[in-house]
Design a protein around this ligand. Structure first.
Ligand code: ATP
Ligand code: MG
Length: 155
């Protein structure tokens, strides 16, 4: 069904507020307003929430996390950008696997299970979309979730 991207992002930021406040991380919503994505709103919230949870978990205190939305002809995208520890190039193609955690994350003892991104990828794929990442160690990471902007049944 059609879902308000603004509402998804507001709900995600709301959920992450406590964790972000504890690290004095500011989460900001940026970009285009009034976008509509097709899919299950609860699942889409779960997907974006996992990305924002990671952004907060793998960033030092006092940094910022941006959640930006936008659209092309075919897709609506939501990008979560952090100023965190970053991900080694050699880990980038494995982080979407179940239970995979990069050494950097493990050494910080953030205590995750390594399922978050596998869930994000699963939800993206189920919606006919995808999730991509770019990252620089010591600088930060950007995860982008792309979703079809109209229902596939409507052609
Ligand atoms: P879980 O989400 O199940 O609690 P997790 O966060 O370790 O545990 P994923 O969310 O799947 O698992 O992430 C997998 C790994 O990818 C993380 O352990 C970490 O190494 C790396 N990672 C994910 N997001 C980021 C990020 N924003 N910055 C740096 N590393 C990240
Ligand atoms: Mg995670």
């Amino acid at each position: 069904e059609p879902c308000s991207v603004d509402r998804i992002i507001a709900e995600v930021i709301d959920r992450s507020r406590t964790a972000a406040n504890a690290k004095e991380i500011e989460i900001k919503a940026l970009g285009e307003r009034g976008l509509v994505a097709y899919g299950n709103e609860g699942q889409l919230v779960t997907a974006v929430a996992n990305l924002v949870e990671n952004a907060v978990a793998y960033s030092p205190e006092g940094t910022r996390v941006d959640v930006e939305s936008g659209a092309t002809d075919e897709a609506v995208w939501i990008a979560v950008r952090d100023e965190g520890i970053g991900i080694e190039a050699s880990d980038l193609d494995r982080i979407f696997e179940r239970f995979y955690r990069a050494d950097r994350a493990r050494s910080r003892q953030t205590g995750g299970t390594g399922l978050g991104l596998a869930i994000v990828k699963h939800i993206a794929t189920n919606h006919g979309g995808r999730v991509d990442v770019t990252s620089t160690v010591g600088r930060g990471s950007t995860f982008t979730l792309r979703l079809p902007s109209r229902s596939s049944e409507q052609g």
